[in-house]
Design a protein around this ligand. Structure first.
Ligand code: UDP
Ligand code: MG
Length: 313
């Protein structure tokens, strides 16, 4: 079965059209049962009523309504948790992500890829600010992150059941979905596409929400911001020492030493905070990909182990 998760926040102007296109694409997709899961993220514009009428006319529609606007990431996660498919596609409601890509993504999944991201080659109808900030941010995040990330992708991607189950269990209250997906290290590929303008309505990602999402991404995937203080303190101390040595004047060390010691102490506190943060984030220590009867378990089977064991072992 293929599940398609659609997070919606005040999408009344576009939803019927989105559903029609999704239904057409999924109707032609041979070899899959399918379900469409609409997640209403606290809309106030009649989106839920539209979803209700879609559910009445189509047997494959399921829906969730969140009690208020919890944000895009939470809505995606709610949909992933509700999805029952062997493969799950997350797609925006505004037709910026063309549903017509889904069959290609499903074909790659059949070829054995666990993650199929849709990578944006171009972005029509978006502000220069949005394009430039997104371009720079994904590259910065990739440089700073402890693991590599798919560039120029949003949350439009197909995920294998096994990965969906793992994501659903991570107790991270600030889950940055696109980062977490790559963190698990499952076989990942992408299809490229030209991103259309929003079909109707306005972007629901206000500047504030965009900033919150990028902050989340940086904090979840990288310790660089926490280490800044350590690096700064060390650099200032070293600079002060060098200046004092060159000038042969120990008094030159006084100020850098005071500042550097403070920054270093802060950095040490940061390291503890980091350890606590990772513990709270609750990602597994590692993910076993395959087992060939080695280790301390009897070699009964060579087939992949069930999901729970992949995490627990
Ligand atoms: N969305 C959501 N909750 C929010 C903001 C957005 O569920 O708080 C949904 C929205 O309905 C859309 C998707 O997330 O399906 C992407 O939002 P949008 O198209 O407004 O963002 P943009 O494409 O402008 O970045
Ligand atoms: Mg959009």
């Amino acid at each position: 079965m293929l599940s398609v998760v659609v997070p919606c926040y005040n999408e009344v102007e576009v939803l019927a059209q989105t559903h029609a296109r999704l239904a057409r694409v999924l109707g032609r997709l041979a070899g899959f049962d399918r379900e469409l899961i609409y997640v209403d993220d606290g809309s106030t514009d009649g989106t839920w009523e539209v979803i209700n009428s879609l559910a009445k006319t189509s047997g494959s529609v399921r829906a969730l309504r969140l009690s208020r606007n919890f944000g895009h990431q939470a809505a995606c996660l709610a949909g992933l948790r509700a999805a029952g498919g062997d493969a799950v596609v997350v797609i925006d409601a505004d037709l910026q992500d063309p549903p017509e890509l889904i069959p290609d993504m499903a074909a790659l999944w059949r070829d054995g890829w666990s993650v199929v991201s849709a990578r944006r080659r171009s972005r029509e109808g978006e502000t220069l600010f949005k394009k430039a900030s997104a371009y720079a941010f994904y590259r910065l995040l990739n440089t700073l992150s402890d693991h590599s990330l798919a560039l120029d992708t949003g949350d439009f991607r197909l995920l294998d059941r096994e990965l969906v189950a793992l994501l659903a269990e991570v107790p991270d209250k600030n889950l940055y979905l696109r980062g977490a997906v790559s963190w698990f290290g499952f076989p990942e590929t992408s299809v490229t596409y030209d991103r259309d303008p929003r079909h109707a309505g306005e972007s629901k990602y206000t500047l504030r929400k965009m900033l919150a999402l990028s902050r989340r991404g940086l904090l979840a995937g990288s310790v660089a911001p926490l280490r800044l203080s350590t690096y700064l303190g060390t650099a200032v101390l070293a600079g002060g020492l060098a200046a004092a040595a060159v000038q042969r004047d120990a008094r030159l060390l006084a100020r850098p030493a005071a500042f550097g010691a403070h920054a270093l102490a802060l950095g040490i506190v940061g390291e503890y905070l980091h350890a606590v943060f990772r513990q709270v984030q609750g990602r597994p220590d590692y993910v076993v990909e395959e087992r060939l009867g080695t280790g301390d378990r009897p070699a009964y089977a060579v087939q992949p182990l069930p999901v729970e064991e992949r995490v627990a072992l």
